[in-house]
Design a binder for this molecule. Structure first.
Ligand code: MN
Length: 539
């Protein structure tokens, strides 16, 4: 009865919502048939399980070789992040843990001990709990965790699954034993999976001998030299501090260099996943471009992106969508999307999906009305030419610094030609182009890699831009040089004021240059105008 009454109330509310929302939905945001010129996302890659498992095993083997027989590596699952009160953000696994296991579960811990021939790889996994699963969804059973990760030694983490972010009692006991140089193996009922379930605790002799000589090494993600709390690696930081106080024969080693080197060069599997993230993003861009003229508000255009990401089963966005019209395009990380979409203005969209833990990062800037004005086209063409120069500079052995230099030279030439700077050999350009041209792309939108030299298989972004913020000249230092600069560029500035253009493509380094992974998304002025005209004619 109670339920029936409740359903009654729900029905009334639902009807009310439908009735009241109908007129609202019939405005510009109504969904139409999709134009056939829009490229649908190709089917998701199907990755052969034995190929995938072989690659995971090879990744762990490479890490093991880098750690050596006197080393031990500990990787924790990511901690859940609070959205508000008892609501978390959607869970996302820590990249390196995922890179070695493909496991998406929280509260798991991976230990690699290459010197231990009996148990070189141990996964601590929370025991399934019907109550926890009833609330938060299914947990991996040990067999499923083995099928996903290929790890054959799985121990009960003894985690309280209702208390988030707990490495677990079993892991704590293991760690305590290791530090005391006592071989460790859980009681049989706490061993979920093992190649030799009844074996005694053994295989630690080499590690303990090294610890006796202060030659053992503990590898963690980070070196935590500052006291500031790590944004992402608090569990590692805590362990680091514990071992700093009481090393117990272990030297702390930063595991990042090992993972950075491996993650920089993408395997065929990684490239397939990343290409799919890129393909989803391309469809999102095309749908948004086709629709933009009908939108009243930026968020309506952004809704096309959200729709596409969900429709194509993206994990999520790789970073919050940036959809900015007119002067909002000059804010690099504009996220509000609350402003009107104005005909005659440019719309900058920097939106990328994440799929299979890999990010796309793609920007297009296009005219809302489908046709670039002369001034918009002049700025756009400079950015386009800078991208082309960056691509030409891409080859194995080059650096992202050199690629930036190639793009920057074109941007500076263009700005000088338009009289927006007066001196090629100055920092004037930074008023209009205030960021780098490239960053690494991978499991993060801004991925690890630092100053690495380009090699085949690496992926980075090519994203020059020019931004004429309406208040740009008001915020310069009040000195003679600035006054002179302002006076010289003012006439040109008035002409281009409010225009912001960024074009961003994802580049794969090949043996003799590069491949544009984003090539399917129109980029030349003529191609963008033709695409928009066709798409809108078809709708
Ligand atoms: Mn980017």
């Amino acid at each position: 009865m109670k339920n029936a009454a409740r359903y009654g109330v729900f029905t009334v509310i639902a009807l009310a919502v439908v009735c009241f929302s109908a007129p609202v939905r019939s405005t510009s945001a109504q969904r139409r048939n999709t134009a056939s010129v829009i490229r649908p996302t190709p089917p998701a890659p199907v990755i052969n399980d034995s190929t995938r498992l072989a690659e995971l095993a090879e990744r762990r083997a490479r890490v093991a070789r880098a750690i050596g027989p006197k080393g031990i590596l500990i990787l924790f699952s990511a901690e859940p992040r609070v959205y508000t009160n008892d609501v978390d953000y959607p869970y996302r696994q820590e990249n390196n843990f995922y890179y070695l296991t493909n496991l998406k579960q929280k509260d798991a811990t991976l230990v690699l001990m290459p010197g231990n021939a009996k148990t070189p790889e141990v996964l601590f996994l929370p025991r399934r709990s019907a109550m926890a699963e009833g609330r938060n969804g299914r947990m991996y059973g040990p067999e499923e965790a083995r099928q996903i990760s290929g790890i054959k030694e799985i121990w009960d983490a003894e985690v309280n699954v209702f208390r988030p972010s707990d490495a677990g009692r079993q892991f704590e006991a293991f760690l305590k034993a290791i530090r005391a140089r006592q071989p460790y193996r859980p009681q049989p009922e706490k061993i979920f999976l093992s190649t030799s379930p009844t074996a005694p605790a053994e295989g630690y002799a080499g590690l303990f001998e090294a610890a006796t000589k202060n030659e053992a090494q503990l590898f963690l993600l980070g070196s935590f030299s500052s006291d500031n709390e790590s944004r992402e690696y608090r569990q590692e930081q805590k362990l680091f501090q514990d071992f700093t106080k009481s090393p117990d024969g272990f030297t702390l080693k930063n595991a990042w260099p090992i993972f950075i080197e491996m993650r920089l060069r993408k395997s065929a599997i990684e490239l397939q996943l990343m290409q799919h993230a890129i393909d989803i993003s391309i469809e999102a861009h095309e749908r948004a471009q086709a629709f933009a003229e009908e939108a009243k508000w930026e968020y309506e255009v952004d809704a096309e992106v959200a729709h596409t990401f969900k429709l194509r089963n993206a994990d999520n966005w790789a970073y919050p969508d940036i959809v900015g019209c007119g002067p909002n395009a000059t804010t690099l990380h504009y996220q509000e999307s609350q402003a009107p979409v104005t005909p005659g203005a440019l719309l900058l969209m920097d939106v990328g999906a994440e799929y299979g833990h890999y990010a796309a990062d793609v920007t297009r800037t296009f005219p809302v009305n489908g046709k670039f004005s002369k001034e918009q086209a002049e700025i756009y063409q400079i950015v386009y030419d800078a991208q082309e120069a960056a691509a030409k500079a891409t080859r194995p052995g080059a650096t992202l610094g050199q690629i930036h230099a190639a793009a920057l030279a074109v941007i500076k030439d263009g700005l000088l030609r338009l009289r927006l700077i007066t001196d090629l050999n100055s920092m004037q350009y930074r008023v209009w182009f205030m960021h780098g041209t490239s960053h690494w792309l991978g499991m993060n939108a801004h991925d690890v890699g630092g100053g690495a030299t380009l090699a085949p298989g690496m992926v980075f972004t090519n994203e020059p831009g020019i931004y004429l913020r309406p208040d740009a000249l008001d915020n310069l230092p009040k000195d003679e040089a600035s006054e002179k600069f302002i006076a010289a560029v003012r006439p040109a500035f008035e002409k281009y004021k409010g225009i912001g253009v960024r074009i961003e493509d994802d580049m794969l380094v090949t043996a003799d240059g590069c491949e544009w992974l984003t090539a399917a998304l129109p980029r030349r002025i003529a191609d963008i105008e033709a695409f928009i005209a066709k798409a809108r004619a078809q709708q």
